[in-house]
Design a protein. Structure first.
Length: 288
């Protein structure tokens, strides 16, 4: 007697597009984008505004792509210090996180650009003067002479904005890393230590690879938020997208053209970055 094989149902059912399942938000944004593109190609004011503002896109991306990796590195080490049992490291990390997160980012940018950076330059000059008094000649004397004559003008406003944004977002990334590491079961670390790994080796090979997969979405969100917050560099007169928009609006009095094109450029960048982050999330999930 032949056994009857039970029918197995597929776990994955192909989705059929209906009016209720269509991504209407994407369709609406796509249509609005087409409208702006149409104006850019057909309207002289929109076209000239676009050509004027496109230079600010490069500056905005440069600030974001330089500040975020620095913020991520700061966040990693501060997050590890926050989890440390060393009371000194834990206290310093906690003070940094609470102070930086408690100050508005625009105020932090002004403090760092016009307060902290000049103090560091003045300290560098004093170190250079001390080195010149100790080393009268030779290569070291030339090195300290360079420190003694280093000017605040050598540090551009764009670099100050990058430093300030990196320090500001470093506090947020520290909490992201802390939460990600704490989400990994303690048994993982205990198993790694039982195999003879020290703390740092276990953290690098066992804990962090798992934590990074879990914190990738919030890291991606912070990356996009940093792109938008790079507009705060306008308080330092950095010619990024927002600053050029203000200049264009004040010189032509074309308010709608300037801000519509700026919004279109910002939205285009954030949507592209969002798609890239979702792609990374899918790739990381497949690897698991």
């Amino acid at each position: 007697m032949q056994a009857v094989q039970p029918k197995t149902q597929s776990l994955y059912k192909p989705q059929t597009l209906t009016l209720s399942t269509l991504p209407w938000w994407a369709i609406i944004l796509f249509i609005l984008g087409l409208v702006i593109i149409y104006f850019i190609f057909t309207d002289k004011n929109y076209s000239e505004t676009f050509q004027y503002l496109i230079a600010g896109v490069a500056t905005t991306l440069r600030i974001t792509l330089l500040a975020f990796p620095i913020a991520t590195v700061i966040g990693l080490f501060v997050g590890l210090a926050r989890l440390s049992k060393n009371i000194i490291l834990n206290t310093i990390a906690t003070i940094y996180i609470e102070v930086v997160r408690g100050i508005p980012l625009v105020v932090l940018i002004l403090i760092i650009a016009f307060g902290l950076v000049p103090i560091l330059v003045d300290l560098t000059n004093k170190i250079g003067q001390w080195g010149i008094s100790v080393f009268q000649s030779g290569g070291l004397a030339q090195f300290f002479n360079g420190l003694a004559t280093y000017s605040i003008r050598n540090i551009s406003m764009e670099l100050r904005a990058i430093i300030a944004l990196a320090i500001g977002y470093g506090a947020f990334e520290a909490e992201v890393f802390r939460a990600g590491i704490q989400s990994i079961g303690k048994g993982q670390m205990e198993a790694a230590r039982s195999l003879g790994m020290n703390y740092f080796l276990a953290m690098r090979l066992i804990i962090l690879p798992q934590a990074i997969r879990r914190i990738l979405p919030p890291l991606g969100n912070d990356f996009i938020a940093l792109l938008k917050d790079s507009s705060l560099a306008t308080v330092l007169a950095v010619n990024e997208l927002t600053q050029l928009t203000r200049l264009r609006r004040s010189s032509t009095f074309r308010v709608m053209e300037a801000f519509n094109v700026a919004a279109f450029l910002y939205l285009s960048m954030t949507l592209l970055l969002s798609g890239f982050v979702r792609f990374l999330e899918r790739k990381m999930h497949i690897k698991e």
